[in-house]
Design a protein around this ligand. Structure first.
Ligand SMILES: [Mn+2]
Length: 302
């Protein structure tokens, strides 16, 4: 499994962007899928978010339990410009490059913003279908399943259309191309960041098309949808991670599951050295054991 192969902005906007036409970018994607298939890769994860990848306002937010974790504050986003977000994010990560936050791409923000003029949700779905219809035949031929990661957070940012944000949106994406090779990397932390989204219901609804899943937890801090990331235990946040694992276990799910972002624990976040934000070692290790414990409780000697 490969996580991720990025989708070029020209594919999402249907235009020539950053010197590449949509069809050139699709040809490159097809070539990549083919090569990965020949190398034995079974699943390719990607996302379909405009311009920004996942977004947070604070990388090392102090949490009540003494750890630090990723934090998304809606009021802060409301006061920032897109360039302000980029500057704050790149500064907050120091020398580490975050996945989806490539400085060389984001240096072209004005051109990217220009390309999204006139692109609403409908245009995004149309461009998405064009991409899937072009790539899926190669996926089928080389036995590589595509798995889209939900938008993170799962709502529009700066008015740019995010289309993998709700149960209805995901269903629509799956219906754009009915092949089982058009599937999901269902990240329940990201999906749950949209108030009202039901993670356990999504797992049960989309089970047949889930090729990969991220299971983690978040805790909302206000009614506007601000949240910070917590440990994987269901009791720590607003995501029913036990119910999620129960749904997977009872369905005999055979796809990939991993823990996702975690807190920065113990002494791994100090002035002397910081982990990649959200990717501290310890909490992800604890997360794996928690998820395996849930899994065992529903399957062992059953
Ligand atoms: Mn994820």
């Amino acid at each position: 499994m490969v996580e991720s192969v990025n989708v070029h902005e020209s594919i999402k906007t249907g235009q020539t962007v950053l010197g590449m036409s949509r069809d050139q970018a699709i040809d490159a994607y097809i070539e990549t899928v083919k090569n990965l298939g020949l190398a034995g890769v079974k699943v390719v994860t990607y996302n379909f978010m405009p311009i920004f990848d996942w977004l947070r306002t604070e990388m090392f937010h102090p949490c009540p339990d003494g750890s630090t974790a990723l934090y998304y504050n809606q009021a802060e986003v409301d006061q920032l410009s897109p360039q302000g977000i980029i500057d704050a994010t790149l500064k907050g990560t120091g020398s580490l490059t975050l996945p989806g936050w490539e400085p060389e791409r984001l240096a072209h923000l004005p051109e990217l913003m220009e390309a999204y003029q006139g692109i609403g949700h409908e245009e995004m779905y149309a461009n998405y279908k064009y991409f899937l219809d072009a790539v899926i035949p190669t996926c089928e031929q080389y036995n590589v399943k595509l798995a889209v990661h939900p938008d993170d957070p799962a709502f529009d940012i700066f008015g740019w259309p995010r289309v993998v944000s709700s149960k209805e949106g995901i269903q629509r994406v799956l219906d754009l191309n009915p092949s089982p090779y058009n599937g999901l990397c269902l990240c329940l932390g990201s999906f749950s960041s949209r108030p009202g989204n039901d993670a356990v219901d999504a797992v049960k609804t989309f089970m047949d098309r889930i090729h990969f899943s991220h299971v983690r937890n978040i805790r909302f801090t206000d009614k506007e949808g601000s949240f910070y990331e917590v440990g994987h235990r269901a009791s720590e946040g607003n995501v029913d991670t036990v119910g999620i694992m129960k749904a997977y276990a009872e369905a005999g799910y055979e796809g990939y599951i991993r823990p996702d972002h975690g807190r920065h624990l113990w002494s791994e976040n100090t002035e002397a050295g910081r982990p990649r934000p959200g990717y501290g070692l310890y909490d992800r290790a604890l997360g794996i054991q928690y998820l395996l414990g849930c899994w065992d409780s529903f399957t062992y000697k059953k």
